[in-house]
Design a protein around this ligand. Structure first.
Ligand SMILES: Cc1cc2nc3c(=O)[nH]c(=O)nc-3n(C[C@H](O)[C@H](O)[C@H](O)COP(=O)(O)O)c2cc1C
Length: 394
């Protein structure tokens, strides 16, 4: 080979190298969606974009926000223990099977109310984002047509507080309708039978209805526009009596018996409730403190996970949400026995900034982090992660 051939080969090599393909990278970096390098970057963008009242409504916890802080800080109590060479980590597989459904990855979208304060038709927008990232979604409802069109989530669960399940007939109709719509299961949130003190919103004079309708109404001068129907979030009015009785485990058992769909309980924080969920025939539990928006001082969800996993005893899957922002957070929960991990605020940050693409990008970032973290910890599949991969700091 002549010197000229060698030089030619060298230039061909350079042209193919990622270094010289950097121009493609630069043009991608021009895409604002790709600028945030982690989910916290999306939070900053969302805060800058949203009405301050909408931001507070999304971001706040109840009372002293102690559980809100715990949901994040308690991850630091858990150390990852990587273990090398047991598995070939050249290919990482994040797929899993949950309640008989095959999922691409173990991250799911939690139900959230008031999405219209963050994006127009927020529930639908989220459904499209779930479809783009092939993510299981827990919905407040109304996405069945999007799911049926193939553009929404393949696996979706219906949220309920059981308010619409007061009679046997209502329950049967509820289950049948959902089954006809292709819903995968029913998730009953059990921590919202009383209104919590979310004091940022009380101080702000937020009317909850705004976030279910068209967002925070302001006049041309930027002042809040109240209408006679607005109900403000107030302090000092504890409701001693509710118009309807609240559900009990028997109600959930009736729901369970009235439908073929799996029923799971969201809002469990103790081994006691997990044991009851098993006893009353529930298909699973979600360890959750409602994103720290209901009862305060309950601790972080990751702290509650081990006792719930132990109480479930492998009989039902234990899911979890609350404060998950990193692949390492998800890895820790999986190592402590969670079957899947939910996110609330992170996908809302994505949606507030870029709509459905933002929802999908947030999920993709978390997926990529989890995949890389698994590889670095020495595992190639979710089934290879067990409690030997974590240690709880004393
Ligand atoms: C704005 C907002 C509204 C929410 N609304 C509901 C709801 O209506 N029902 C419910 O079960 N959980 C609701 N949640 C709680 C989430 O389902 C989930 O448990 C929580 O957001 C997870 O914590 P994270 O936000 O730290 O990821 C809401 C959360 C947020 C942030």
């Amino acid at each position: 080979m002549t010197r000229r051939d060698l030089a030619l080969k060298f230039f061909q090599f350079l042209a193919a190298s990622p270094l010289l393909r950097a121009d493609k990278k630069y043009s991608e970096l021009g895409d604002p969606l790709l600028k945030p390098v982690n989910v916290f970057d999306f939070a900053k963008l969302a805060k800058a974009k949203l009405d301050p009242l909408a931001w507070d409504y999304m971001d706040e916890g109840s009372d002293d926000e102690a559980s809100l802080r715990d949901n994040r800080s308690r991850f630091d109590n858990i150390i990852i223990r990587p273990q090398f060479l047991m598995h070939d980590v050249s290919k990482i597989d994040l797929s899993t099977t949950l309640f008989g459904k095959k999922l691409d990855h173990p991250i799911f979208i939690c139900p959230t109310g008031g999405k219209n304060c963050f994006f127009k038709n927020g529930e639908e927008e989220t459904a499209y984002g779930a479809g783009m990232s092939n993510t299981m979604m827990f919905t407040r409802g109304g996405i069945d047509k999007i799911a049926a069109s193939g553009k929404g989530p393949k696996v979706w669960w219906q949220f309920t507080s059981a308010a619409e399940l007061r009679t046997k007939n209502q329950m049967t109709n509820f289950g049948e309708k959902l089954q006809d719509q292709g819903c995968s299961g029913i998730s009953v949130t059990v921590d919202i039978y009383h209104v919590s003190h979310r004091e940022r919103s009380i101080h702000n004079g937020l009317s909850r209805g705004w976030c279910e309708a068209n967002g925070v109404p302001r006049d041309a001068a930027g002042n809040l526009k109240y209408s006679p129907n607005d109900v403000l979030w107030t302090a000092g009015d504890f409701p001693v009596a509710r118009p309807f009785s609240t559900p009990t485990w028997d109600t959930l058992k009736q729901l369970r018996d009235s439908t073929d769909l799996p029923v799971i309980v969201k809002g469990v924080m103790t081994s006691n409730d997990t044991e009851r969920a098993v006893k009353y025939g529930m298909s699973g539990v979600v360890v959750s403190n409602h994103g720290a928006r209901q009862l305060d001082q309950v601790g972080g969800t990751i702290e509650a996970l081990p006792e719930c996993v132990q109480a479930a005893g492998g009989k039902i899957p234990v899911l979890i949400d609350g404060g998950f922002r990193r692949g390492t957070d998800i890895f820790k929960a999986l190592a402590l026995g969670a079957s899947a991990v939910g996110i609330g605020k992170p996908y809302l940050w994505g949606m507030a900034t870029f709509g459905r693409a933002g929802v999908a990008r947030v999920i993709d970032l978390l997926r990529a982090e989890l995949g890389a973290d698994m590889g670095m910890a020495g595992v190639a599949k979710l089934s290879q992660i067990d409690s030997s991969f974590v240690r709880i700091r004393k």
